[in-house]
Design a protein around this ligand. Structure first.
Ligand SMILES: Cc1cc2nc3c(=O)[nH]c(=O)nc-3n(C[C@H](O)[C@H](O)[C@H](O)COP(=O)(O)OP(=O)(O)OC[C@H]3O[C@@H](n4cnc5c(N)ncnc54)[C@H](O)[C@@H]3O)c2cc1C
Length: 326
């Protein structure tokens, strides 16, 4: 294990070494992979951990495998690798498409899959410099008393922004996690709390080792993302729709709550009822450069387009004059 400076940065060679270091330094460490989220949060004073445990030297987190039932992707796989993986393009074309939509080419060279699943929730009142936040008055997510975005609520609905998680959940992916107590494989969606202050439920020492995506013939998926610029910007709304061969439907949203919004249905369902259920499960507040009402309107637009794209039934015209533009 490389130790660059006592209590500042260590670079373990195995998951076991990394977890032991975390157990030893409980409370004041942060795992780091590509660092594209951690380091920004550190520079903005939103992450004060004094020890960084670098996972990038752990070979066992880098493999991509295909078995009879799953594709298994190591957590250290970069988004650039996801974007260029022929195996994934063949089986889950929505995944490289989503990877390509994240950040910029330079960031995707370092950014990893594991880091993407655990990147911090965002809000225009939180992702600011320290002096900005001090001047505006601190919000709930940085030790203030009220949510500034909602004008005084006591609950934080900072946005869940991982685009890859949205896609993986719609494909029913699971993750393998390792901590000092256990190794387990759990559905990805179960790790998100819905609490914008502490959005991840995993025990803090947990390391994501791999992501398991089930191989099921005949699934069709569509991915849509709303943002002002086609590069660099985080999502204002992400939708992912998977229609399975069996006729079941899974809709997952990002950027619309402090956790992914998930609605399961069937192609037989009345789509208007299904879309209403999706919208009513969201908690969109004024914490983005797009307005709350526009983001809400775009949910139906994206879902209608996705159903049309997948050649499924759609009772709607998608070119109606009152449709929000994108
Ligand atoms: C300008 C910019 C634009 C961006 N745009 C988008 C976007 O459009 N969509 C999007 O989804 N994201 C976006 N991101 C967010 C982020 O960079 C990516 O999600 C990236 O994939 C994070 O990966 P990383 O390896 O750099 O994570 P890191 O910064 O290293 O880590 C992020 C978090 O994950 C934890 N972690 C990392 N790996 C593991 C592991 N294996 N096990 C346990 N914990 C782990 C870290 O402790 C930390 O809490 C953007 C970032 C920037 C700077």
């Amino acid at each position: 294990m490389t130790v660059i400076s006592e209590n500042k940065y260590i670079s373990p060679n195995s998951v076991e070494q990394a977890v032991s270091a975390a157990v030893e330094h409980k409370g004041s460490y942060r795992y780091i992979a590509g660092g594209t989220d951690v380091m920004v949060n550190k520079f903005q004073g939103n992450d004060t951990a004094d020890l960084l445990i670098d996972l990038t030297g752990i070979q066992g987190l880098k493999e991509i495998l295909k078995t009879d039932t799953h594709i298994i992707i190591g957590a250290l796989t970069t988004l650039e690798e996801l974007q260029n993986q022929q195996l994934l393009a063949t089986h889950f074309p929505m995944l490289p498409e989503a990877a390509k939509s994240v950040a910029s080419p330079t960031i995707r060279k370092s950014a990893t899959l594991g880091g993407n699943l655990l990147c911090e929730n965002r809000c225009i009142f939180y992702n600011q410099s320290e002096w900005w936040r001090e001047a505006a008055g601190r919000c709930l997510k940085c030790n203030g008393d009220i949510c500034l975005a909602s004008g005084g609520n006591k609950y934080c609905y900072s946005k869940f922004v991982s685009d890859i998680a949205v896609v993986l959940i719609s494909l029913n992916a699971e993750i393998e996690i390792i901590n000092e107590h256990e190794t387990s494989v759990i559905p990805l969606e179960t790790i998100y709390s819905g609490d914008g202050i502490n959005p991840v439920l995993l025990p803090k020492t947990s390391i994501i080792k791999s992501i398991y995506i089930p191989l099921i013939d005949g699934n069709r998926s569509a991915f849509k993302k709303l943002r002002k610029r086609e590069t660099l910007d985080f999502t204002s709304l992400t939708t992912s729709l998977t229609i399975k061969n069996s006729g079941s439907v899974r809709i997952v949203l990002g950027g619309a709550h402090a956790k992914p919004v998930i609605v399961d249905g069937s192609v037989e369902d009345d789509l208007e009822v299904l879309f209403s259920q999706v919208v009513s499960n969201t908690r969109i507040i004024e914490n983005d450069t797009y307005s709350r009402s526009y983001r809400k309107d775009m949910i139906r637009v994206f879902l209608k387009r996705s159903f049309v794209e997948l050649n499924s039934k759609s009772p709607y015209s998608i070119t109606g004059s009152n449709e929000p533009q994108k």
